[in-house]
Design a protein around this ligand. Structure first.
Ligand SMILES: Cc1cc2nc3c(=O)[nH]c(=O)nc-3n(C[C@H](O)[C@H](O)[C@H](O)COP(=O)(O)O)c2cc1C
Length: 325
């Protein structure tokens, strides 16, 4: 399948693996890229630019296919060493960067100068248009159903994608809620030129996370995610668990008076405990409604081949049968 996205990134299939904290290690990115998609290393999971440089080198040992690095720009009192991370990406010869969070305008000239393509993740049409205006090459349009940070507008992909198609000139992928070939075809019909998946890739053989995490995704239904940190306007969609329920009680009781310090116990530094140790009640961790569509733990190749085969079957068999009727 050829789209502007496969052409731009030099990949076989229009399937991207979004950056994921404590999931997007070299093993994850390489497995997705080797399967013909675009694997992405999560920059900030590496504590320093030096460690990111090592992770990029490790990934290069595992694949000769293109892969990218995610840089998430978060509001922070003591920001990470972003110039250092950008330099590690440039020095590592990485040609694709997925940005997310704050406007990446400041970093674009430096990245562009080195021929790096930038896909910015946006949860609204206005941010997507801004990304186009400042010179991003593509956009990942992330609907309300997504795992992680869906923004504060609450527009699901069924509306958000065709709205993006009305406005954008640069190519975009559908992000959030995707797990199968039906959804890839639907995304293409709505104007996207590929898909970005997060949660679905965690339940794969190669995902370098504890088995408990994968089993939790298989066990979960589409009703099992919750939105936390709404009062802080930093909404995150997470899998429900004991810590999340505790946090939601606090949010209800404290109302607008709540601050990050009040919920730090349930969200700060919990990713290594969950992803590495498999402590499933340690705190809130990003998870999409797509958990309801996850029933197995395939290899990345089995997953991607399955999605492409299902999409092919729909396009070649199901659609023509309607057209001929
Ligand atoms: C466990 C987890 C961690 C994530 N961490 C990040 C991150 O650090 N930076 C980022 O830009 N997006 C992050 N995301 C969002 C994904 O890149 C992707 O946009 C999202 O998962 C798409 O929705 P889906 O999970 O429904 O496929 C994360 C998602 C998950 C599930």
């Amino acid at each position: 399948m050829k789209t502007r996205i496969t052409e731009m990134f030099g990949i076989q299939h229009p399937i991207l693996q979004g950056g994921m904290h404590f999931v997007g290690f070299a093993e994850m990115a390489a497995a997705v890229s080797n399967a013909g998609g675009l694997g992405i290393i999560t920059g900030l999971t590496q504590r320093t630019p030096e460690l990111l440089a090592k992770e990029i080198a490790r990934c290069r040992e595992m694949t000769d296919k293109p892969f990218g690095v995610n840089l998430t720009f978060l509001p922070s009192v003591t920001p990470p060493d972003y110039p250092g991370y950008v330099q590690a990406i440039i020095d590592g010869g990485v040609k694709i960067v997925e940005t997310a969070g704050n406007n990446p305008a400041k970093w674009l000239p430096g990245l562009k100068e080195h021929g790096i393509r930038v896909i910015h993740k946006c949860t609204s049409v206005r941010h997507s248009l801004k990304a186009e205006q400042i010179g991003c090459d593509a956009v990942s349009v992330d609907g309300f159903e997504c795992g992680g940070h869906p923004g504060e507008d609450d527009v699901p992909n069924w509306i958000l994608l065709p709205r993006a198609a009305e406005e954008l000139k640069i190519p975009f992928v559908a992000s959030g809620g995707v797990a199968n070939g039906k959804q890839l075809v639907a995304a293409l019909a709505l104007g996207a030129e590929g898909v970005n998946m997060g949660t679905r890739f965690i339940a794969t053989k190669e995902a370098p996370v504890h088995e408990n995490v994968k089993q939790a995704l298989v066990a979960a239904s589409e009703l099992d995610t919750r939105l936390i940190m709404r009062p802080l306007r930093n909404t995150e969609r997470v899998l429900n668990n004991a810590a999340v329920e505790r946090l939601l009680v606090k949010e209800k009781e404290m109302g607008a008076a709540i601050s990050f310090a009040d919920i730090a116990e349930e969200v700060a530094g919990v990713y290594p405990r969950i992803m590495i140790n498999g402590e499933m009640d340690a705190g809130g961790w990003s998870c999409g409604m797509v958990a309801g569509l996850i029933h197995d733990i395939p290899t990345c190749k089995e997953l991607i081949d399955g999605i492409m085969a299902e999409a092919d079957q729909i396009i070649r068999k199901r659609f023509p049968s309607f057209a001929d009727a």
